[in-house]
Design a protein around this ligand. Structure first.
Ligand code: GDP
Length: 312
């Protein structure tokens, strides 16, 4: 099972999947457009969220970072005059230090990710979408921002004029990504931001084509319920791309390769008259509050996507 994913929505979905399927059968292809340097260290927010989710380290109340982490280093950095808007916990910091060491020793991001996941005894496979440097730039009237500057520092409250994926033309899929998609039994898209989490993965040359050509059925969980994102700026960014902010809009964005959109049961009646070419809608409860919710959504996503193949 191959899962394309961003950070927070994807991490919750991963927590469900790892309880439904053996971890060694799961491959996560993760957005790296949010990657940036913080205090001189290479931070990969989405890789880290998925890693912490699969290692059962993810903070339950925050949904990012390490459960029970402390913030002594952050506090000291603040006193030394460093920026502190991106809240790196002390244990989380160890990940960025380790990644920095591995990259400085000449490893690629995917090789560094293998090392880190092995040391956390994670059996699932975590692949960055690419080893190349791709940066999601958010264009605003006051200049462009990195995704984390927009999302965390500005709390996505600034007007956005566009999204640019710097470096995408030269990027190649990381080793194993295309093969994973081509040989998968099922491909799933996590309920992640279509524009800034799944979008960059689809834009890596070769990945969208591999999705269109794989014999595996493909399902996506809608991050939009009703006419709003469950959280974050997905709605604003979809609107900017001319997409309706609805499960239908999500289905249209993925229509060239998607078989089934897993939408929320609250949208069942609204979706009855809707048709998006080649896409079936499967409605179920998609809000992941408890562990039970996550497990049920993971199971529904896998089963309804498998069924899409049987039905054809
Ligand atoms: P990011 O990299 O941190 O932006 O994280 P993702 O892109 O993986 O996740 C953000 C998206 O997940 C947002 O668009 C939310 O609407 C969506 N999301 C978050 N929680 C849930 C949930 O419980 N259910 C569903 N269906 N979507 C969710």
């Amino acid at each position: 099972i191959v899962v394309l994913t961003g950070g927070t929505g994807g991490a919750k979905f991963a927590q469900g999947l790892m309880r439904v399927l053996p971890a060694r059968e799961l491959t996560f292809v993760v957005n790296t457009g949010d990657d940036f340097r913080w205090w001189g260290l290479p931070v990969s927010p989405d890789l880290d969220s998925i890693t912490y989710a699969l290692a059962d380290l993810l903070s339950r109340d925050r949904g990012w970072g390490v459960e029970g982490d402390t913030f002594h280093c952050l506090e000291a950095m603040g006193r030394l005059g460093a920026p502190t808007w991106f809240r790196v916990g002390d244990r989380d910091l160890a990940t960025h230090l380790m990644r920095g060491q591995l990259l400085a020793a000449g490893k690629t991001l995917s090789a560094a990710t293998v090392e880190i996941t092995r040391r956390w005894e994670i059996e699932a496979r975590i692949l960055p979408m690419t080893d190349a440097r791709v940066e999601t730039r958010i264009l605003t009237p006051a200049g462009d921002l990195s995704f984390e500057e927009y999302f965390v520092r500005e709390r996505y409250q600034v007007p956005v004029e566009g999204v640019r994926l710097k470096g995408i033309e030269m990027a190649q899929p990381a080793p194993g990504v295309l093969e994973a998609i081509e040989t998968a039994d099922v491909v799933l898209l996590a309920p992640s931001n279509p524009i800034t989490s799944i979008g960059p993965i689809l834009a890596v040359p070769g990945i969208r084509k591999a999705l269109a050509e794989t014999p595996a059925p493909i399902g996506a969980v809608s991050p939009i319920v009703g006419s709003r994102a469950v959280s974050g700026p997905a709605g604003t960014l979809m609107q900017l791309q001319g997409l309706p902010v609805s499960p239908e809009g999500v289905a249209r964005f993925y229509a060239d390769f998607l078989d089934v959109l897993i939408a929320d049961e609250r949208d069942a009646s609204a979706l009855r008259g809707v048709s998006v070419s080649g896409v079936r809608f499967h409605c179920t409860q998609t809000l992941m509050k408890s562990l039970d919710d996550k497990v049920q959504l993971a199971r529904a996503a896998v089963e309804s996507t498998q069924q899409a193949q049987v039905v054809g």
